[in-house]
Design a protein around this ligand. Sequence first.
Ligand code: F6P
Length: 452
Amino acid sequence: MAGRRALIVVSNRGPVTFDRGPDGERVLRRGGGGLVTALRGLLEHHDVTWVAAATTDEDRAVAAEGSSEVAFVAPEPGVYHGYYNVVANPMLWFIQHGLWGRGLRPDLDEAFHAAWRDYETVNRAFADRVVVELDNRPEAAVLFQDYHLYLAPGYVRAARPDAALAHFVHIPWPVDWTILPEAMRRAVHEGLLANDVVAFHTARWARNFEASCDDVVGGHGKTRVTHHAISIDAAEFDELAGSDGVLAEERQLEERRPEKLVLRVDRTDPSKNIVRGLEAFGLLLDTRPEWRGRARMLALLDPSRQSIPEYVEYVAAIERVTEAIDARHPGAVDLQVADNFQRSVAAYKQFDVLLVNAVYDGMNLVAKEAPLVNTRDGVLVLSENAGAHEELAEWAITVNPFDVWGQAAALHEALSMDEAERRRRRDAICDHVREHDVHAWLDGLLADLDSV
Ligand code: F6P
């Protein structure tokens, strides 16, 4: 582990968020998501100031008091809406995960152009806050995170030319950015290239970034482009797997479990490819009668971004396809749309087949978390477009996320695999994840910073 250092971490979602409890008292919640969980590890070992958006009324109250471990940026809610619900999600997210069909959508109307100005405004607010923090601690290195903040590094660089700036992009990077008008895609690239280092999870996303820089701005200049695979805290997961809450959930699962449990655990995000995954399971039962009554799919889905119409529509599509399968094979799919992390970990322990079939995914930590605590030598069926595939392909069954027929065939192969082969593969995944855990990721990131 490298020595203690001064860091300014900048992300949309912070490590904590505040709300009011039933009696009106202030309650603190840990921020969710893989990014925040992974970066929280920095807090113990370094002197970190975390700059994040105030996302609740109570966050804004805390921001006004200036009384938190988080340096909150508190944009006006209407401006935050344009930045988060229109530009960052879905526009940038959909571009980067290849989700636009392009025939009719996206439609970059007047409202979108107004929202782009909100994106600029919020990025400027983040940058202003970073500059204040840099004035307090000029030696600190700044670590920007993700697609909400592509413009902020450019604003900081203009104000503090000598600052050490790095940006970690946690989602895929496509080569083609032509959906965004020229001025906007140029702004995205120039903003990122104001950093000393731009990092991704995989070589594939880093390569694509270099290619899109060539197209949009004629190269990536002096900026160092690197990749480090994010991971999990293996020790924390082991502990969680044995905790009372998880054991209680596991007992309930075991009482109802089928002979073969096919599991998926995702946010209800179109990038996760839940609809095609369900269709593949339905097709498996249609075409392979031997699995009827023996295999059941458990889909544990965490509701996500429900203030965005595309995400609401996606939940409806998931429900429709589940009903269609249920009409043909009653009880074959157990769909649960709820935020219950303990149940997810219990299911991680119990699966026979884990389906991770993302359309595209920066990494996908479920593919690392679930095999680590699994007790049944379960098989991983993994999309070739998930970042995790770069590390785990050798021990998984690879699927093309658009090929429903191929996914049904992969599920059959996974369900039929003999025990010795299943064990060999799961052991290899566990060894890899333990060796390349989140601490290795953080060390890699900090070594990059040392190099600038
Ligand atoms: O990097 C993608 C990411 O920020 C993850 O950390 C997390 O899984 C997800 O997106 C959270 O999205 P949101 O903050 O919009 O809920």
